[in-house]
Design a protein around this ligand. Structure first.
Ligand code: GLP
Length: 263
């Protein structure tokens, strides 16, 4: 795994935006996007580059990691609505190019299979952005999710529901289930960029980066990917045993590994 430790959250957003910019410059591609609070600063930076620097998203299709079950695409708390309101509308990505699992489907198993089929039909997923839950989840793959899993229904951990209650009227309104890309699905993107900021994520980041690969820490599956980047601030890096080594790597990073080098 390639660990990038930045001084603070704004620098994480700028670096993540650099990686996204590299991906969208590579022709007709699919961008895997994440919801949650962490990537919002990255989306803001990309919107700024779109408006001020002409960064174009004309050849980009978007796929989301997950969606709450029972929530229609226009529901204020739906992830499809969130990404349109937070990012895609502002950079001119048409709604029909923005896809997410159909959490409002009657047949959720079929909806999972349909999403997998869609991912096969779309242009290559050049980059998948990821956040991380405090319990190490990615997408909504909670601890004990199969490392080979595909898009399917998962039951949310009570801690995850509590964390996400801030987006809903109260914790009772947070859905119990979600339809999420599986870990196997996530690992098929060409490049993975996991973002984490703040000390509440430090333990999960340490377990994902330095712990054993385990279904108990879904984000540890990134260790199996040949091009996984972990972009974090100092606070989120606070639990890393190899902190000094990561600084050594950063100090001697070859130019071709940096964004903008055509990686
Ligand atoms: C939700 C999402 C995840 C996200 C996580 C962390 O559970 N399904 O994709 O990574 O929240 O969110 P935040 O960035 O707000 O901490």
């Amino acid at each position: 795994m390639d660990v990038w430790i930045e001084p603070e959250a704004d620098a994480v957003a700028r670096l993540a935006a650099d990686f996204v910019q590299d991906a969208v410059g590579a022709g007709e591609i699919t961008l895997g996007l994440a919801t949650g609070s962490t990537p919002v600063a990255t989306y803001r930076e990309l919107i700024r580059r779109h408006r001020e620097e002409g960064l174009s998203f004309d050849r980009v299709h978007v796929v989301l990691l997950d969606e709450y079950v029972g929530i229609a695409p226009d529901h204020p708390q739906s992830y499809r609505r969130f990404i349109r309101d937070t990012f895609t509308n502002a950079v001119g990505i048409a709604p029909d190019r923005v896809h997410g699992p159909a959490g409002d489907a009657v047949d959720l198993a079929a909806a999972g299979a349909d999403y997998e089929a869609l991912l096969q039909r779309l242009p290559p997923r050049a980059l998948q952005l990821l956040g991380i839950g405090r319990d190490g989840h990615i997408g909504f793959n909670e601890p004990t999710s199969s490392l080979a899993s595909r898009t399917r229904v998962k039951t949310l951990h009570p801690d995850t529901r509590a964390d996400n209650a801030r987006f809903f009227a109260d914790s009772e309104s947070v859905p119990v289930h979600a339809l999420t890309m599986g870990i196997g699905t996530i690992l098929e993107a060409r490049r993975l960029v996991l973002l984490a900021t703040g000390d509440t994520k430090a333990a999960a980041v340490a377990a994902a980066v330095e712990g054993p690969v385990s279904a108990s820490v879904p984000a540890s599956a990134l260790q199996l990917h040949p091009a996984a980047m972990v972009v974090i601030d100092e606070a989120a890096a606070g639990g890393l045993a190899h902190r000094a080594y990561h600084a050594e790597v950063a100090a001697h990073r070859p130019a071709w590994q940096r964004p903008g080098a055509g990686a």
